[in-house]
Design a protein around this ligand. Structure first.
Ligand SMILES: O=C(O)CCC(=O)C(=O)O
Length: 304
């Protein structure tokens, strides 16, 4: 039976309750050094970075990309075999855990772009309450600069806000309301954020509103990754108005999440689902990429 590596400790009931109260928890020293190195090497490779630091401020990028585990072997291993799914299974109180996707967020030193306030839920063609993400940075982050910040309890709000992504692109043509500007009124809300070291992780509900301030500390690049997970009640629920997944997955509206594009990772890894991917990278489907580009050309871009 193939399973992901066990974490060095299990979460406590207090942490699990806190996840459901606040919509987010921090887990210190969650990833051992080997996984931090694996992710850092992968992000350097994907983004063409060599070092921790970027001295010159020339053209600093904020690079975001999703589903990279399908084509990058290091991120395949991290997504499937690191201890992440065990912690997610605990917080979601789920029998089954499937990988939905990974997403990289590499904010190069000197880049001052904000990660807009948003919740992940409206980016996803999913419904259900058992959906969560785990975010980690292979570089230190601080609350004053580049750490994620969360609006505590917002996962229980009734509103669904438009998916405002990196670069101010609204990644859907669905008529959803604008996310409030929590920066303009920070005292009104309980905003949670932590200084983090490589290996620390935050686990948050797909409806928890979050964002990040503009700038990595000093000359440091901020190389971060999130993995996204579905539990028992998650269902494929596309609206057709948000970006589709550019791999053919065969799911119909209302289906539980599963199959090679969204493999089951717990209670054990579904070896049949991952077998093609273990034999090599799987590139996206060209027709789906073309369709997505056509839809994306209709997405609004707003000033941040
Ligand atoms: O790393 C960032 O700046 C954004 C991360 C994020 O919004 C997410 O993981 O959902």
């Amino acid at each position: 039976m193939l399973t992901p590596e066990m974490p060095s400790r299990l979460l406590t009931e207090v942490e699990i309750e806190r996840f459901w109260t606040d919509g987010v928890i921090i887990v210190r020293d969650f990833y051992p050094e080997n996984w931090v190195t694996t992710v850092r090497d992968a992000l350097n490779e994907i983004c063409g970075l060599q070092d921790e630091e970027t001295e010159s401020a020339k053209d600093p990028r904020f690079r975001a990309d999703a589903y990279t585990w399908h084509t990058n072997d290091r991120l395949r291993d991290f997504s499937l075999f690191a201890p992440t799914a065990h912690a997610v299974r605990q917080v979601l109180r789920s029998e089954r855990i499937n990988l939905f996707c990974d997403q990289i967020f590499v904010k190069q030193a000197h880049n001052v772009e904000r990660t807009p306030w948003h919740h992940d839920f409206t980016f996803f063609p999913l419904s259900g309450d058992q959906i969560a993400s785990v975010w980690t940075s292979t570089d230190p982050v601080t609350t004053a600069e580049s750490a994620l910040e969360f609006v505590a309890g917002s996962h229980r709000w009734p509103q669904r806000f438009r998916p405002l992504g990196v670069g101010g692109v609204v990644k859907s043509v669905a008529p959803l309301s604008q996310t409030p500007n929590f920066d303009a009124d920070r005292e009104q809300y309980q905003i949670m954020s932590w200084d983090m070291q490589p290996g620390d992780a935050v686990i948050f509900h797909a409806l928890t509103l979050h964002g990040a301030r503009g700038k990595p500390a000093g000359n440091l690049n901020r190389r971060a990754i999130a993995t996204r997970w579905c539990g028992d009640d998650a269902r494929f629920t596309p609206t057709g108005k948000e970006l589709q997944i550019p791999w053919s997955h065969g799911l119909k509206a209302g289906d539980p999440i599963g199959g090679p594009v969204f493999p089951q990772v717990l209670p054990q890894i579904n070896e049949e689902e991952i077998s093609a991917r273990m034999n090599g990278p799987i590139p996206p489907d060209k027709d789906l990429v073309r369709q997505n580009m056509e839809l994306a050309s209709r997405f609004e871009k707003v000033a941040l």
